[in-house]
Design a binder for this molecule. Structure first.
Ligand code: TMP
Length: 225
């Protein structure tokens, strides 16, 4: 009798926890990835607007985040002449990501929102991975944050990226052809591994946006069934 009571109590708590877990991940986390100047920001905003026009609660967010660590990264990691060691970059981006998830992403997912993040874990795998770090180690230091439900990579040829960057006055440490080419190789590898869905970003804004919308709506339909 006592044993079955314990069993029932355990089952009660198990159901409660399982219920809470489900409650905690009601929303959807989508990330848009790509090289610098690949159109991610425009497309992320457009996706949010399109989802809202269809009645979904969607929000835009970005990495590096607007939090203290993110602001530190923009100022002391990206806007300088020479890159700092890649493992320090990776740890700082991972710390910013944990902060971003705790402050913004988790609360929004808990409210059932669709969160569109302009860059997420794959930016660390691509940029810090391209700098020679072990990708498994980068994954390890990012273990504290949830995997995205959907990750899209905007493919834009290097010459187009470099032409867009040429017009930019203050370049970040990442915006050289050598770095962008290596980063692209890692992104393409991740696409081949099935981690990212590739979208041809070298077309009109409307065409690219239509493709992204279709991928997202298809995923939402899959989740409904
Ligand atoms: P952007 O958001 O304007 O593209 O600038 C962010 C820069 O930071 C971009 O060059 C990519 C880089 N970055 C990393 O190297 N690792 C990361 O984890 C993230 C989020 C960004």
């Amino acid at each position: 009798m006592a044993e079955s009571n314990i069993g029932l109590t355990l089952k009660y708590f198990w159901d409660l926890i399982a219920g809470l877990n489900w409650e905690m991940r009601r929303g959807l986390l989508i990330c848009i990835e790509g090289l610098d100047r690949s159109g991610k920001t425009t497309q992320s905003h457009l996706l949010v607007e399109n989802l809202k026009s269809k009645g979904f609660e969607a929000v835009y967010t970005t990495e590096p985040s607007d939090g203290e660590i993110g602001r530190f990264i923009k100022r002391y990691v990206l806007r300088r002449r020479k890159r700092i060691p890649a493992h320090i970059e990776a740890l700082l981006f991972a710390a910013d990501r944990v902060d971003h998830v705790e402050r913004e992403i988790k609360p929004m997912l808990n409210e059932g929102k669709i969160v569109v993040s302009d860059r997420y874990i794959y930016s660390s795998l691509a940029y810090q991975g391209a700098a020679g770090l072990d990708v498994e180690w980068i994954r390890e230091v990012n273990r504290m944050v949830p995997e995205p439900d959907l990750a899209i990579y905007l493919e834009v040829p290097i010459d187009v990226i470099m032409e867009r960057l040429r017009r930019k006055r203050r370049k970040s440490v990442m915006e050289s052809p050598e770095i962008q080419e290596k980063v692209r190789e890692v992104y393409i590898k991740l696409v081949k591994e099935g981690k990212l869905i590739m979208v041809d970003g070298n077309r009109s804004i409307t065409e690219v946006s239509r493709d992204i919308q279709k991928i997202v709506i298809d995923r939402l339909k899959q989740l409904e069934n």
